[in-house]
Design a protein around this ligand. Sequence first.
Ligand SMILES: *Cc1c(COP(=O)(O)O)cnc(C)c1O
Length: 374
Amino acid sequence: MNIPFLDLGAAYKELQSELESAALATMRSGWYILGPEVEAFENDFAAYCNTAYCVGTGNGLDALHLALLALGVGAGDEVIVPSNTYIATWLAVSHCGATPVPVEPDEASYTIDPGLIEAAITPKTKVILPVHLYGQPVDLDPILTVARTHGLKVLEDAAQAHGARYKGNRIGGHGDAVAWSFYPSKNIGALGDAGAVTTNDPEIADHVRVLRNYGSRSKYVNEVRGFNSRLDPLQAAVLRVKLKHLEEWNHRRKIIAQRYDVGLRGTGLVLPWTPDYSDPVWHIYAVLHECRDKLQTALNAAHIQTLIHYPTPPHLQPAYASLKHPPGTFPIAEKIAKRELSLPMGPHLTLDHVDYVITEILRALESITPSACS
Ligand SMILES: *Cc1c(COP(=O)(O)O)cnc(C)c1O
């Protein structure tokens, strides 16, 4: 057995003929920047998210960055971010000239703790930027209430949460804007880089649309100092095909998560917790263990690939040394970084393989003494 963390080749094979005819049609169309294929995907994805607007961008980082600019974030402002996230969330804030202000996650859900946000608000705060980490929706209602009370905007980082539901409604239109990534390994991934912003606010949609295309609405008229970050038509064509399969693929992830839940119960691993407001899409099946590194080594020896999301929280990265948050500043984020292990997960992982992973985890844990690691 050889079990990859995620089998992107199998995903391609399942949809090969559909993907290839969509790509071929785009290549033959003669239209290679923006145009009908991009608009068609934007319409499809907006409809899927049940939002009024979708604006495609070059990638997820740009989707976050342009959405923050459209929400009015600029030099000297502060944006509240989770202390445990992929660094893109923080970088988008920094690229606006603003400062990311970290807030610790809830220890059970790993998503930003809404109860800690108010204490982080200052007169400089403009936006709250929660992340639906691992495919698990954050508890949005209390965040939206705090934002309303303080006159702040909410931008959601939904790069890991395509199709996830909060209180029954798909992520995409709860906050003022929602940023998406279609990086190949996401629940719906392009065959390259791609991203988008969804919103119900026509002004925000318009602003992002202008920013992604040189600050221009009509050729050679540049209203603002924009960027070049347009969704590529070939990727849009690929994404239109894949969007039709997203629900089915998310369902397969859910079955795998349930299998892990049952098979790993009572082993000493901390398993994912699903709050009752949430219908997650299992972008990542994250477990915690004091001896994470030993467990990962043992699984590696059994030819099971696991990943860590993420080994170093943003505040301890060299890129953020100047913010001067020394080790120990965000202990929950640091603890998750030390203990988290992402098990193989994806729509093409077979249940036989899941059972093999479970068996090998049980075997490995027999010879690991947690107290020896902490
Ligand atoms: C993948 C990801 C991004 C960035 O997406 P790119 O398309 O790689 O730029 C942002 N935030 C989170 C939480 C992500 O997982």
